[in-house]
Write a protein that binds this ligand. Sequence first.
Ligand SMILES: C=C(O[C@@H]1C=C(C(=O)O)C=C[C@H]1O)C(=O)O
Length: 210
Amino acid sequence: MPLYSMAELQLYQSPFEPSGEWLNRLQESRHRQPPAALLPWLLHPGSLTAALRELADGDFHVRILKQHWQNPRMDERRELALRDRCRALVREVLLYGRGQPWVYARSVLPESSLRGRSRYLRNLDNRPLGELLFSEAGIRRGPIALNRLHRNPRCDLPELAGEGDSAWGRRSAFWLRGKPLLVTEAFLSAFRPQRAPLARAEVSAEQTGG
Ligand SMILES: C=C(O[C@@H]1C=C(C(=O)O)C=C[C@H]1O)C(=O)O
């Protein structure tokens, strides 16, 4: 895990923060409508890592922005039913496809969820979290909620200089051995998919040429 000076930690600002409430599919269609091309990606039930890697023909990597033990945001603590004074490993990354930043992701892994056979998740590196989670036989995913995430003007990451003032995002909880993790993903302006994500079976046919 990259080490940070206190100064670096204090300087870091998350690039996006949720605005308003997280909406399920039905609520969202009454209030706001994501672009049609993005909707199947926002609602994709499988691993986003696998779907992006496939879309990028393997030209995919993860860049860690910050990975640090901290007290999660209040809305995250509520969603994870955590006490106000709790610690979580908060991991913020950019997912790159074909050399472009396609997704910003923030994952909140409560300390109480990283015990026993899940302890290995304390040592996340550049390996995509999704590859680990979706390789776990007992992984379970909760409903996907949608939201507009507002750009944090205090974040001056050069990689996101071209971003607008908001991005469509999704959030869902995962349960691993009965313990919750929370994953939020925002699709960035460089992500312009020409098709929906392939279902898992299609991906295996594509990969094997079957
Ligand atoms: C949960 C997944 O993991 C992806 C990879 C992440 C990471 O490496 O930090 C974070 C969120 C996801 O976009 C997934 O692939 O669906």
